[in-house]
Design a protein around this ligand. Structure first.
Ligand code: ARG
Length: 582
């Protein structure tokens, strides 16, 4: 790798000026005309060098050394000083030709990605909808972003476990069962177009009735108790709700092409941990006694009203409730049991990611802190990737209560609109519709709110899924028209500026994947692909490809092929298919 050559040359040049074991990094200069790689090593290490006062002087001296050491390296065009002391490296035409050859040698561009994650295990948990509740746009975001992150880690050679922490347990099920047995009719519900909607309505009805008659709360508790105790009727009703909900989830996952690997593809829902919570309570009692508050940074104890909580030293965080005063377990109890189970079941996973809405940020801070206090995980091993909200541009959608939109209606609408873009081709329309939806979620930083705007989402202009898919289709169709040529790349070829702009971008695919995974931020890959599509379009519009003279033709076809493959592979990592035609 060229970056290793450059950083080594830099470290040894620094050693000549007395800086031992320098750790230098390289970045791409914002303006490509300044070179391909840039280092701030002179600014970073000036304090350790007695000979020079100004970073720029050190940079100049280092450049002198580098020019000597790199003189015989055919990949290096030039090394120069810029600004207050940056060192810029420009790579040579022969380097770019060899890169183009490298890009051309792989059929699937994912082969360009180094397996930096070999031997590491990640559990990536996403989607996590709730039983008998609507699959919200928040769950949609989690599904799309989490899946993309899992794909990125897989591409880097990690062993990835895809988990779904379905909300299928908790005292609310007692209330639902009460409502269901009191007011509901299972036959009608099962037959209705939206069974989940009917279940939600029953749950709402319970709360309205309980406001009038608080005794209902006790009935709800009784039902939950029956459920916990394994009462046959309660279990059967609960299972019925679970199955109804999964009918809908399965349809959604199928349309979005989403899969989970754990627990037979359904993920370890909260109910899986029903009998695994006692153990965790014991661990809390044993490991976090009040006397050791100082050493652990917190303790597990009783609150004023009898509930059990983890209290943090100096109230660094608000205390986290683990058991209610009646002894009932909570969401947090199940999360602790989940992460304890993961520790054992997966033989110490390297990394666990929860893709969950930003509104749960504080909760995950508390949870992770407790898990660190228990010595289960080190900081950095537990990651909450948070997403922001959807904002609706379309009034019609925003007037629906809350954030409840029926995802299937959205997919249906997207499909209808995509059919126009894909000239009536059904298979392509499906790829375009899902691509547009997913891209909208992935194009900007997950934590930011996103706008839901049909027009923009399905526009062929601007930063949209269809725009990038279209660039890939275009590149593919050029290749389809090109008869096989035998001409090899000429090793004296000089790239023109638009070709350079394209190949520079192509060359950054693998490092972008690494960055996107490392920052749990698929939007870096989306931005990269959008930029690549734009650069390709400029190239395509200005440079004849098929009609170019032989030497140019072979280079441009290689560039086109690399573009097609990288766009396709990159989109695939984001969970988006490239249609055959558009
Ligand atoms: N079911 C939860 C919700 O809809 C999300 C679960 C997130 N994951 C977790 N481990 N707590 O809000």
């Amino acid at each position: 790798m060229i970056t290793e050559v450059l950083t080594q040359a830099l470290s040894s040049a620094l050693a000549d000026y007395g800086v031992k074991k320098a750790v230098v990094s390289l970045e791409h200069p914002v303006e490509e005309q300044f070179g391909d790689w840039s280092s701030n090593a002179a600014l970073q290490y000036i304090k350790q060098v007695t000979q020079f006062a100004q970073p720029k002087e050190l940079a100049t001296a280092l450049v002198g050394k580098l020019q000597q050491t790199l003189k015989t390296n055919p990949a290096i065009e030039s090394v120069s000083v810029a600004g207050p002391g940056f060192i810029n490296f420009t790579l040579s035409q022969s380097y770019w030709l060899s890169q183009l050859e490298r890009l051309g040698a792989v059929k699937d561009a994912r082969e360009l990605i180094a397996h930096s994650g070999a031997g590491k295990t990640a559990i990536i948990e996403y989607s996590s909808p709730n039983i008998a509740k609507p699959f919200t746009v928040g769950h949609l975001r989690s599904t799309i972003i989490g899946d993309a992150i899992a794909n990125l880690y897989e591409a880097l050679g990690w062993q990835v476990h895809r988990d779904n922490h379905v909300g299928d347990w908790g005292t609310q099920f007692g209330k639902l069962l009460y409502a269901l047995t009191t007011w509901g009719d299972r036959v009608t519900i099962a037959k209705s177009a939206r069974p989940i909607k009917a279940l939600v309505e029953l749950y709402v009805q319970f709360h309205q009735a309980a406001a009038e008659n608080p005794a209902l709360e006790d009935y709800g508790r009784e039902w939950f108790k029956r459920l916990e105790d394994g009462d046959k009727e309660a279990r059967e009703l609960w299972q019925w709700c679970v199955d109804l909900s999964w009918q809908e989830f399965d349809r959604i996952y199928q349309q979005l092409n989403i899969k989970f690997t754990e627990n037979n593809g359904r993920g370890y829902g909260e109910s899986f941990f029903e009998n695994r919570m006692d153990q965790v309570i014991e661990i809390l009692e044993e490991k976090l006694p009040q006397e050791q508050l100082e050493t652990h940074g917190g303790y597990y104890g009783e609150g004023e009203d009898g509930a059990k909580l983890v209290f943090f030293k100096n109230e660094a965080l608000p205390s986290l409730m683990i058991l209610k005063k009646d002894g009932a377990t909570l969401y947090s109890t199940r999360d602790l049991a989940t992460d304890y189970f993961r520790l054992q079941h997966y033989d110490s996973p390297t990394l666990i990611i929860n893709e969950v809405g930003a509104e749960q940020t504080l909760y995950f801070k508390q949870l992770f802190r407790v898990e660190e206090m228990l010595g289960w995980y080190q900081s950095g091993q537990r990651v909450h990737v948070r997403h922001g909200l959807y904002r609706f541009k379309d009034k019609k959608m925003s007037t629906r209560k809350g954030e409840v939109i029926w995802l299937e209606e959205v997919i249906h609408e997207a499909h209808k609109r995509a059919l126009v873009l894909s000239k009536g081709n059904e298979a392509s329309a499906a790829a375009v519709a899902i691509g547009a939806l997913k891209w909208n979620d992935l194009k900007s930083e997950a934590a930011r709110d996103i706008v839901f705007d049909w027009q923009a989402m399905l526009s062929m202009k601007g930063n949209s899924g269809p725009y990038v898919q279209y660039a890939a289709v275009r590149a593919q169709s050029v290749l389809a028209k090109a008869a096989k040529t035998k001409t090899a790349l000429s090793n004296t070829y000089q790239f023109n500026p638009q070709e350079m702009v394209l190949i520079r971008q192509l060359d950054r695919f693998a490092e972008t994947v690494e960055q996107a995974a490392g920052e749990y931020a698929p939007h870096h890959l989306a931005s990269f692909l959008f930029e690549l599509a734009q650069r390709f379009n400029v190239f395509y519009n200005h440079q004849p490809i098929l009609k170019a003279q032989a030497e140019k033709r072979v280079v441009r076809l290689s560039l086109t092929q690399a573009t097609a493959r990288i766009l396709r592979a990159g989109l695939k990592l984001l969970g988006i298919d490239t249609p055959e035609e558009m």
